[in-house]
Design a protein around this ligand. Sequence first.
Ligand SMILES: [Zn+2]
Length: 465
Amino acid sequence: MDNAIARVKDFLEAHRTTAEQFLSEFLAIPSVSADPQHRPDMKRAAEWVAQFFSQMGLAAELIQSPTGHPVVYAETPHCEGMPTVLIYGHYDVQPAEDPTLWQTPPFEPTIRGGAIYARGASDDKGQVLTHLLSVGAWYQVTKSWPLNFKFVIEGEEEVGSSVLEKFLDEQADRLACDCIVISDGNQFGPDQPAITYGLRGIAYFELRVKGPHRDLHSGSFGGTVTNPATALTRMLGQFMTQDGRVAIPGFYDDVLPLSNEERRRLRELPFDEPAFWASLGVETAWGEPGYTVLERRWARPTFEVCGLWGGYQGDGAKTVIPANAGAKISFRLVPHQDPDRIREALLSYLAQICPPGVQYEVIDLHASPAVLTSLDSPYIKAAENAVKMAFSRSPVFTREGGSIPIVSRFQQRLGADVLLLGWGQDDDNTHAPNEKFSLADFHRGTLASAYLWEFIRQIGKATDS
Ligand SMILES: [Zn+2]
């Protein structure tokens, strides 16, 4: 079986057209999870995925709920002693919205300029299919499964993952695995694949401040009561130091610092700071001292005011002391910071800084911890080698400033290493008109996936002996 991967590669090479046909079929189903009118299409897409598994020789199960869209679940027969890989992806897509903004209809997949255009091409049908095709090819060629696989393909990634959350809560032991593979993101740039090994977490709150029980004339009452809007901004002004650190006591206590090795790798990434500022229309950098822009974006925690209101918002002047004011505030968290502890630190800080004469209320909106896979993980090494083989180029290692709650739920529940292998590009127009996915990336992604199983197999053998 030693040259199995070479034969798998030949097989994938020879079946490119079939792979593209599968992709077109999948993309032609308008599986828009947010739109109740597309419920029958959601069912059709789930069944298409289930049918794909049965062609691979696997029985798929639809995990249903009365209101949500099914999770398609399949697994290969368990083979003792082999690593288990969980592959996650989603078959639902964003609404296509205004069809006149599309050059070709969103659910009539069209190939132009080496890319396939359709809603869901990059996010996530094209990407998830790379893994199904590679596992299928392995089986076709070797008549055996290279690893233990569990497939979780959900239909609610774009609308909150209710069925999957419940599945994870109730049957996490069924999903036990050594490594989770997700392709639902982008490369670092054209021809520069990336392995994303960390995501920031988030703790998001609404802060409401209440003063007098009605709005007051600012002439008659100004100077006699605490103005809730002023109180709110005074409090918010104390959330950060002048130079850009979060001022809440204890906020940095659990922060996992960047290792020297990570800092070195981040510094080596081709990143043009002036171009970055220009692209945002700002003149100057700002942020936590002592860190580069990429470090601040990906690996340092932050505080942001995301929304702010209170008092008169209309045209002209109205002399008023508002009865209420409020803000939406978020903290981006990094590995080892616990959203619950951050909440406690926030509450005790507010108790300390709230001026007299107003009351406040904190409403929890959402929270999820950061995700990090150690750069020393053997799965990271396997992915690095696999990407190098398929793309003829070493991947760069990146982290992501945003949060993907389902990924942190997977890591919390299953305790496995997460590999985020995005095959897309920043200009794929995901969530926008004219979404596309490069066919070269589709095929290279499939080949990288096939190599990944080979290199993970080798880890399994190394730990056996
Ligand atoms: Zn996606």
